[in-house]
Design a protein around this ligand. Structure first.
Ligand code: 6PG
Length: 473
């Protein structure tokens, strides 16, 4: 067999699916996996596509089996495993061979790897890949970071294997160094928030309205025909309708309420705090996952204080209220995510293509939704404007905020936790406050630390009348 056009290391679920996708799009691909036994198993399952795939148990043979200059995709667990793989691989490569990290890397790691590669004069690309296993196999959304030359080298392959939105590939170059992985991280932060908002709406239906899982599913299905149309609403309908084959109960009722996470949501929040670009709905979603994981504490709390329950009198909330709450919450959490991207773009000198980010998320990725196309239009008009202030979305908020306010207030009154919905409401109320209470904070800071404040009536740094009095005792 002649030398393969591209190489891929790591035949876990995502790597295996990506390799099949590459072969399915007519490219020859060489694969390698640390546990060599996985390679023949993978080739067996590849069917006809195996004709374009060569497996190599030895890393040296894998490298020799690639056309030069080599392009090698790593699909290994993010973190130390990536560094270990690069360390093993680099001595076997020529200086123009490129390593492409396609895992869910922390963008700080991608920045470091990009810098190290640049210093060594070797090309490196970090790509965020979204869409889960199905996306990897049939068309993910791809966010690239590195030098433009590194991107151009493999863009034809990445675009070919990516999802298509009305024929347009969902694979885009985002910027230098860790830009691609940063955009993917924010994607995941929004994913956490969107999922949490939906879970809270489910909670209101289950505990507040006393609905069973399949009835909740039917509501999600209906919403999927409206403004909320999205992959996450669609699968929420499907998981709500599913039955547990072992017990015959609704599958959802058999799943323990303890959420897992791999860290990308947390990274989004950490970065937002570092950049002073708050993403409170995403933060609420991460906190909700953390608290869900503390099940023993929650059980002890329920025993000590009695469960709060969340039951609501019939007719207190309508499905329209809930739909409105989700629509407004969704717009506000995306507005926060894009604000964070705007701030990061300036801080890291990335010049992120804001409208293209929304475009690349329209298909293939987990947060794909009808609304993203309108977000792309709004960001084309004004890339740095908060989405909540774009006329189209401001109008949506005007029409739907009443529902968000009602649902958050009623749910909290009934003792039903709705942290993401409440956080979206507080964000909106703060965003629309011409006068906040931060004057009190400034006065306190000046009182105890002489930190000074700005005045409402003149320029400059000022102090209150209290300094002389209390510091001189
Ligand atoms: C995607 C997803 C994916 C992520 C999983 C699990 O875009 O395809 O974001 O990359 O790893 O959804 O993430 P958590 O384990 O953190 O929920």
């Amino acid at each position: 067999m002649s030398a393969a056009e591209i190489g891929l290391i790591g035949l876990g679920t995502m790597g295996a699916m990506l390799a099949l996708n590459i072969a399915d799009n007519g490219f020859s691909v060489a694969v390698h996996n640390r546990t060599a036994a996985r390679i023949p198993e993978f080739l067996d399952k590849a069917g006809d596509l195996a004709e374009r795939i060569t497996g190599h148990a030895e890393l040296e043979d894998f490298v020799k089996g690639l056309a030069c200059p080599r392009n090698i995709i790593l699909m290994v667990p993010a973190g130390d495993a990536v560094d270990a793989q690069i360390e093993q691989l680099r001595p076997l490569l020529d200086s123009d061979d490129m390593i492409i990290d396609a895992g869910n890397a922390n963008f700080q790691d991608s920045e470091r790897r990009a810098t190290t590669s640049e210093e060594a004069g070797v090309p490196f690309l970090g790509i965020g890949v979204s869409g889960g296993a199905e996306g990897a196999r049939f068309g993910p959304s791809i966010m690239g970071g590195g030098t433009p030359e590194a991107w151009v080298r493999v863009a034809h392959i990445l675009k070919a294997i990516s999802a298509k939105y009305q024929g347009q590939p969902c694979a885009t170059y985002m910027g230098a160094g860790g830009a691609g992985h940063f955009v993917k991280t924010v994607h995941n932060g929004i994913e956490y928030a969107d999922m949490q908002l939906i879970a809270e709406a489910y909670g209101v239906m289950r505990d507040g309205m006393g609905m069973d899982a399949s009835a909740c599913g039917a509501v999600f299905d209906r919403w999927n025909d409206g403004l909320l149309q999205s992959y996450l609403i669609e699968i929420s309908g499907k998981v709500s309708a599913a039955t547990d084959p072992e017990t015959g109960n609704p599958m959802l009722d058999m799943i323990l309420d303890r959420a897992g996470q791999k860290g990308t949501g947390r990274w989004t929040v950490i970065e937002s705090q570092m950049l002073g670009a708050p993403v409170p709905v995403i933060e609420a979603a991460v906190v909700a996952r953390n608290l869900s994981a503390q099940r023993d504490l929650r059980l002890a709390g329920a025993e000590a204080f009695g469960p709060t329950g969340g039951a609501m009198a019939k007719g207190t909330l309508t499905f329209d209220d809930l739909e409105q709450a989700l629509i407004a919450g969704k717009v506000l959490c995306y507005a926060q995510g894009f604000e964070l991207l705007t701030k990061a773009s300036a801080e890291y000198d990335w010049d992120l293509p804001m409208a293209e980010i929304a475009e690349v998320w329209r298909e293939g990725c987990i947060i794909r939704s009808a609304m993203l196309n309108d977000m792309a239009s709004a960001l084309t008009d004004a890339p740095a404007r908060n989405l909540a202030l774009a006329p189209y979305f401001a109008d949506i908020l005007r029409k739907n905020m009443a529902g968000l306010r009602k649902v958050a207030v009623v749910a909290m009154g009934a003792g039903q936790p709705v942290p993401a919905l409440a956080s979206a409401l507080n964000y909106f109320d703060t965003l629309t406050s011409a006068r906040t209470t931060a004057n009190m904070l400034q006065a306190q800071r000046d009182y105890f630390g002489a930190h000074s404040f700005e005045r409402t009536d003149k320029e400059g740094d000022h102090h209150g009348p209290w300094l002389d009095q209390h510091l001189q005792g």
